[in-house]
Each structure stands twice: as C-alpha cells, then as structure tokens.
Design a binder for this molecule. Sequence first.
Ligand code: NAP
Length: 298
Amino acid sequence: MRAAAPGERVAARLSGSELAAALRARTADAASELAAAGTPPKLAVVVATDDESSHWYVRSIAKAATKAGLDCDVVDLGPDAPDQAIREKVAALNDDVGVHGIIVQTPLPPGVATRDVVSAIDPAKDVDGANPASLGRLAAGAPAFAPATAEAVVALLDHHGIALAGRDVVVLGRSTVVGVPVAHLLLARDASVTVCHSRTADLAAHTQRADIVIVAVGRPGLVTGEHITSDAVVVDVGTNPADDGSLVGDVDAEQVGRRAAALTPVPGGVGPVTTALLLWHTVEAARVHAGRLAGQAG
Ligand code: NAP
C-alpha cells in the first residue's frame, strides 16, 4: 500500500497479532496445567488431499500446537482416500480418549461427501465447529464450538474495543465456515445483521449503510472504496494467493484503507487469531474431558 499523503485519511489497522499472542500464552499455560494433571491436550488433524496450500495450513497449525505445548497428530490419508477410510479414521479419533480435538481439513478427495464426514465428528471434539450439529447449537444459543474463523472475527472486534450491540453489520458470504456462523455470533451480541451473497442484487446498497462490514467471499478486490462509508469498520477474512506468492484479502486495501475508519490487514488480521482459537478450543475440550474423568473418579 502506498504511503498516505499529508492530511489524507488512513484507516486504523486492526491487527490480530497481539490478540493471537495473548491467546497462545493463555493456551500454553492451560496446556501445561492439564499435562501436569495427567491430561495432555491433543489435537488430531485429518488430511486427504495433495493441495499444497492445505498442507501448508496444517503444518502451520501443527507447529503452533507444538509451540503451545499441545500434542498434534497429522493423519495424512492421501489424496485418493476413500470415503469409508476417512469416516473410520474420524470414528477411531472420536473413540480415542487421548484425543480432545479433531479437525478434518478440506478439500477432501472428489466424491467424498464432506458434510457427511464432518457430521461424524463428536461435537465434544469438534474444535473447528464443522459438524452441522455444532452450527445448529450455535444458532440456538446452546454451548458449542464455533468455527474458529467466525469466532476470530468477533474476538478481534472485541479486542479493538469495537461495540457490536445495536450496530448494523453486513456480512458478505454465507458459507457454514465463516458467513453464517459469524452472523449467529453477532446476533447473539445484539448486532443487526444482514448476510449478502452471490445473488445479492446490490451489494454496495447494503455495505454503504453498514457500521461494520465483514468480508468472507474469496474474491480479491471485491470490496472497493465505493462500498464503504468513512465511519465503517471493515474485517477482511479473505485469504487469496496473489501471483507473486503473497496473500491478499477480498478488500482493496489501498482504496478502503483511505476511506474506512478501520481495517484488518491480510495477512496478520483474522488468520493468526483463527489458529490461536483452534488451539484454545482444544484446551477447553481437554478441560471438559478432565473434569468428566474427575467426576467419574469422585
Ligand atoms: P466459500 O465457501 O467459497 O463461500 C464464499 C461465499 O461468498 C459464498 O456464500 C458466496 O455466495 C459468496 N460470494 C461469491 N461471490 C460473491 C459476490 N460477488 N458477492 C457477494 N458474495 C459472493 O468461502 P469461505 O470458505 O467462506 O471462505 C471465504 C474467504 O475466507 C476465502 O478467501 C477463504 O480463503 C477465507 N478464509 C479465511 C480463513 C482465515 O482463517 N483467515 C478461514 C476460512 C476462510 P453463494 O453462497 O451465493 O455462492
């Protein structure tokens, strides 16, 4: 992004680094306490693809887990893994008392029904809120793990002191990974939420009246300066590989950065908080497990 001219508006940068570091520290403390008490928290990640960016993401989770003192098993079933083998692995991880969190990394091999596979994850171990049962509980206001990215958006806004109650929030994208769960989380925080998607007739008409715009689409440059008012807070969830190998969001950071009140960077915004929350959820799942064991012993 070019440097701002004198007097030119520059959006506040809503970095995720500080929050992610605080979450990692809290996770490391809790993990070491749990390990000392006989329940070392453990995450299992099931992979069945040769997609390099998925492997890169899984490696980054495993590295962060190890750094925080969590065990992390990456179970690579290969890009041709049949549906049954993936389901059997998920069932075995559900039954494994030493595993507290399970992530099934997408994409899965062609022909494998992703929704059926993630529906088999035990909700108590569903640390990335992938099972539709977790989303249903979230929508009903019942305790459940939210998808980490959706929770990261809200956590990042909270961290930067951005009020949600009574604000008009427009969410672009309606996936069950980001758009829909973030809408439920925001409703639970008393925001007025509009969800837009590829069939929305006039995107700008919605975004221009929003206090907060959350963009989770997967199209670089979709949101430009024209979409945003000067008071708006913009959260860019998009992560798209650029031609030069870097990562870019869905927001035109140059234009929006000169117009909005605040903008999350890509990379360094929602992404690091997402990874930190995945590990925190695993520790929370391990705590519940340890509590159940203690209850049985007592
Ligand atoms: P997805 O499943 O492909 O969903 C994309 C959504 O965008 C769909 O609801 C689609 O609408 C909507 N859409 C497509 N074109 C649109 C347009 N022109 N105007 C308005 N909406 C449009 O993607 P996703 O999994 O939610 O991911 C979205 C982005 O977030 C991607 O860049 C992904 O890499 C990123 N992401 C980042 C993290 C992180 O940790 N930072 C985590 C997950 C995802 P329809 O429903 O009508 O098709």
